[in-house]
Design a protein around this ligand. Structure first.
Ligand SMILES: NC(=O)c1ccc[n+]([C@@H]2O[C@H](COP(=O)([O-])OP(=O)(O)OC[C@H]3O[C@@H](n4cnc5c(N)ncnc54)[C@H](O)[C@@H]3O)[C@@H](O)[C@H]2O)c1
Length: 352
């Protein structure tokens, strides 16, 4: 088995995460680390070659792949230099600040015959895998609405995430994950994108967005994120014509599939006066007609973000196809650009 011989460029939070997780896999060897900050370099293991300049790491022939885990605005130039140095490339998300940057990076990879992928690790999150399984198994019938929400209570951004010129803000940070999941989940073309985006409690970078994606298969999907929304909604709320799926959190240890016990048979014959006023449709109490089922089990061999790296090892050894494909990464970046455009114009924009 050929190993993934990796050099990590940027040994901050995520670079260290990769060393401490992917680096423990038998099939991954961390051969070099680079960081410009001496304090970060001091945190690296002693048996790994250390560099202060990423170009020196790129010149190291032991390095076959690079993980580019520096702040977002630095991905583009380092990826192009890595391609020219004939290194296969993994870029942290968001791959690039815009589609043009992505095109230049991917073109450089193609020109130099190296592989190119992006750490969209949240495709392996338990909540997302649960939703995907329910949809693949057709467990709630024909799906007509998907809502993905992620709320925080702290409000403020930290470090370089506070600066627009560094690729700060939440669309680049979490938005890219949430959009990537949604596009991976729902087949079909997106016809329109409608978005709202705000600097709600931060001065210069977005910390709230709501994006509506209209698909040509009739489905509408909503993605909402806020760093200062003090009462959470479920992480996923998905409605089909035979049931409703709720996944409360990312661990997917709370949630259920809701089904009508007497589907559409239980409507009262006459109008009833309830708290909401006189109504028939809304007079039926959920506890009288709705049953719940537990979320399906996700049976996976590993069930962790290292599966992203295991996939790359599979690609190197010719046993697997690349899961996070450059074309998918580009489409996500297109959606992000159009979401910003829609938010600025205050109207929907066409896509695909
Ligand atoms: N996939 C995920 O779940 C996930 C999670 C967090 C962050 N990220 C991504 O990882 C990347 C890094 O984020 P982070 O949170 O680790 O940031 P960080 O600030 O903790 O680390 C970045 C590191 O890069 C170093 N650096 C800066 N310029 C450099 C250069 N020219 N050469 C070498 N090193 C340099 C800094 O000294 C720092 O140690 C970002 O793109 C971010 O979006 C991904």
């Amino acid at each position: 088995m050929k190993k993934l011989r990796l050099g990590i460029i940027g040994y901050g939070f995520m670079g260290q995460w990769h060393n401490n997780h992917a680096g423990t896999l038998e099939e991954v060897e961390i051969v070099a680390i680079c960081d410009t900050d001496p304090e970060k370099r001091a945190e690296a293991p002693e048996n790994v070659k250390m560099y202060t300049d990423y170009k020196a790491l790129l010149a190291d022939s032991d390095v076959e792949w690079v993980m580019i885990s520096v702040p977002n605005h630095l991905h583009h130039d380092i990826a192009i230099d890595a391609a020219k140095a004939k290194k296969n490339i993994i870029v942290e998300k968001p791959c690039a600040l815009n589609v043009q940057e992505f095109d230049e990076m991917y073109q450089a990879a193609k020109d130099n015959g190296v592989l190119f992928t992006v750490d969209q690790n949240r495709r392996w999150d338990r909540d997302y895998c649960t939703v995907k399984k329910v949809l693949e198994q057709n467990s709630i019938g024909k799906v007509f609405m998907v809502k993905s929400s992620h709320y925080g209570v702290f409000g403020r951004m930290h470090d370089w995430h506070e600066y627009p010129e560094c690729g700060g803000g939440m669309l680049y940070d979490w938005g890219v994950h949430l959009i990537d999941q949604m596009l991976d989940l729902i087949p079909g073309k997106i016809t329109q994108i409608s978005a709202d985006m705000k600097c709600a409690v931060n001065k210069s970078v977005d910390d709230y967005f709501r994006i509506l994606l209209y698909f040509d298969n009739g489905l509408a999907a909503e993605i909402e994120l806020g760093t200062f929304l003090l009462k959470k909604l479920p992480r996923w709320y998905v409605a089909g014509d035979t049931g409703t799926l709720v996944v409360e959190n990312i661990k997917a240890d709370e949630g259920a599939i809701y089904r009508a016990k007497e589907f559409r048979e239980a409507l009262p014959k006459t109008v009833k006066n309830i708290d909401a006023g006189p109504t028939r449709t809304f007079s039926v109490k959920a506890e009288d007609v709705v049953s719940t089922e537990p979320l399906p089990e996700i049976h996976r061999k590993h069930n962790d973000w290292n599966d992203f790296f295991r996939n790359i090892v599979g690609v190197i050894n010719g046993t697997e196809e690349l899961i996070v494909k450059p074309e998918q990464v580009r489409r996500v970046l297109q959606v992000m650009e159009l979401a910003r455009k829609s938010a600025a114009l205050r109207k929907s924009v066409d896509f695909e």
